[in-house]
Design a binder for this molecule. Sequence first.
Ligand code: CMC
Length: 430
Amino acid sequence: MSENNAILKIGEEELSIPIITGSENEHALDISKLRGSTGYVTLDVGFKNTGSTKSAITYLDGEQGILRHRGYSIEDLASKASYLEVTYLLINGKLPNQAELDTFDHDIRMHTLVNTDMENIFHSFPTGSHPMGQLMCLVSSLSAFYPGSLNTHPTPERQLKTITRLLAKMPTICAMIYKKKWGHPLVYPNNSLDYVSNFLNMTFGQVTMNYETDPVVADAMNKLLILHADHEQNCSASTVRLVGSSHANLYSSIAAGIAALWGPLHGGANQQVIEMLEKIKADGGNVQKFIDKAKDKNDTFRLMGFGHRVYKNFDPRARIIKKSCDEVLAKLGIHDPILDIAKELEEAALNDPYFAERKLYPNVDFYSGIIYRALGFPTEMFTVLFALGRLPGWMAQWKEMRTEGQPIGRPRQIYTGEPARDFIPMKMRS
Ligand code: CMC
């Protein structure tokens, strides 16, 4: 192995593998030519050790608990930036100056309305259908309302327009889903309000009376959206990139990301955490019983909101959310017994060798649901809020992939089925 190459030996044959080094001194072996020269592929089920792309958007060091977007720490962004600034940063690669932010903000405000025909789609959903299924469907339907987005090689201006449209309409769609859940009349966007306040107004406002945004609620929402804004090549971002790599339009690619996020091992965990805490409470609050269940390999129960594929130290987002959770509940004057159970569960898990040995710590979803609950959202909306926050990250990943002209994503496999055999006609089959 030299500084720039590693040597792979297969039998007597030696192959020089280029070493790629990232800007934070991360190393990778570039095996893209491996099959062509040796006939071998690599096998890594679940991509536990495989980089699918180079990317300049987000840096994550799971061992150190570091998360940075475009070089800025998540701690700084969560405490000092607005969600739209972070959105601009992710999509454009730099922080906006005031004029750039004003233009960005203005353009978004000009696109907040959705076509009223979209309301007809709601009539087709059975009562009680899950908000994430609705969100996926509604976002995908935007490709029908904006057929220009089907252009597979959009100009940068057209691409930006589609990105702006989706950013603008996503809060409107999420709020519509919330209103339809309760059978309440829709509150249309009020473009005099900022991004977060407009969303809160469309969600919690009533057509019959004015709604005053509580700054505590708006601040908490702003922070939560920032903390979810991007997380490099996670399951949903990878899905967005993979779907987009076939030159599928942006709306469909994001709808696919929403589908991936819905799963309980990914974004769907935030709903599951609250349901788990409720279950522990209803069961009498015996935290140890559930810790034991999570450790039992014959039990499918997992401690939701615990563990992470990449973080083997504390999830920095969880640290910020935990602190914010205490502050928001105190400011809103809410005492939620679920928070006490969450803290007890966290302490018990952190002191248990099973969790320590496997480096399982609370992740972003462990405390976020408690804040969403305090803000007034029903549990089924939690993953929708995650999707709302993650949207700029998905779009930045999609844009980077398309701008760089990356090839269609198409993994290899190792076939383990039957070898070739003759077809047996029906009458001869036993
Ligand atoms: N409760 C109990 N045991 C666990 C848990 C958990 N939450 N998470 C992992 N383990 C155990 C697992 O059984 C395995 O044990 P062993 O080595 O004895 O077989 C070991 O820890 C490694 O787990 P893994 O499933 O191989 O790890 P992974 O990287 O494939 O999975 C994970 C990561 C997040 C899917 C998993 O930790 C999990 O299921 N957590 C609960 C769901 C959750 O909170 N998801 C949200 C993730 S953060 C938000 C996001 O960005 O998606």
